[in-house]
Design a protein around this ligand. Structure first.
Ligand SMILES: Nc1ncnc2c1ncn2[C@@H]1O[C@H](COP(=O)(O)OP(=O)(O)OP(=O)(O)O)[C@@H](O)[C@H]1O
Length: 201
């Protein structure tokens, strides 16, 4: 899939008087998967919020594509909308058949009419992934997508995510605490260190 380089050039980020981030500069190539690791509280989520545009109060620049998807730790589904409608409301150019196909790809064939509350937590996470990939994002951002899952479910979700990334080839940036997860999924690992944090790798 064609795409543009995503260029992150953060000079600094403060919360009140506290500088949390120093220079954090990296590119993500089209189709590349980059993991962001580092200890709790170092600033990983802050970097993701800046890269995604949720937080624009920082010094520096980010060049990102418009077509972007974000997967949060917990599924952020609309509870009073069916699985299919959760996809259609996010992707207005998707038709019902396209939404059903997206559900199919994550193992939710035939569950289009179900409400999120009628689905198991694992299925809700699958639905979140289906929604993220249905728009064929050029940039995919994931914040601790496999945290708080048991080993088997985490493994299943990683397999599914790997397969969806291989099909869609977005540039991907994801945060994880788990080095093994980073090594399994990422082409490149960036580690945040120090106060204010900057990156190694
Ligand atoms: N809205 C905020 N206001 C003030 N300080 C904040 C805010 N958000 C984050 N911080 C501080 O910025 C630092 C980085 O937080 P951040 O959540 O980015 O870390 P993290 O590496 O993602 O941590 P974790 O792995 O625990 O999620 C922390 O010291 C945190 O307390």
């Amino acid at each position: 899939m064609e795409g543009h380089v995503i260029r992150i050039d953060i000079q600094s980020k403060h919360f009140g008087g506290t500088q949390v981030l120093g220079p954090v500069r990296f590119d993500i190539q089209p189709g590349e998967t980059v993991a962001l690791v580092g200890p709790s509280g170092i600033g990983k989520s802050t970097v993701l919020r800046i890269v995604s545009g949720i937080d624009d109060r920082f010094e520096g620049t980010v060049q990102r594509p418009e077509n972007m998807a974000i997967v949060f730790q917990e599924p952020t589904l609309l509870p009073w909308r069916s699985a299919v409608d959760n996809l259609l409301l996010t992707h207005t150019d998707l038709d019902r058949a396209g939404a059903e196909a997206a559900l199919d790809r994550v193992g939710l064939a035939g569950r289009g009419a179900a409400f999120p509350g009628e689905l198991s937590l694992g299925m809700q996470r699958r639905l979140s992934l289906a929604r993220a990939f249905a728009g064929r994002p050029e940039l995919l951002i994931m914040d601790e997508p496999f945290v708080s899952l048991d080993t088997e479910m985490a493994d299943q979700m990683m397999n599914l995510t790997e397969a969806l990334i291989a099909q869609t080839r977005p540039a991907t940036l994801f945060v994880t605490h788990a080095r093994a997860e980073a090594e399994r999924l990422a082409d490149r690992i960036l580690e945040l260190r120090g106060k204010p944090a900057t990156h190694v790798g």
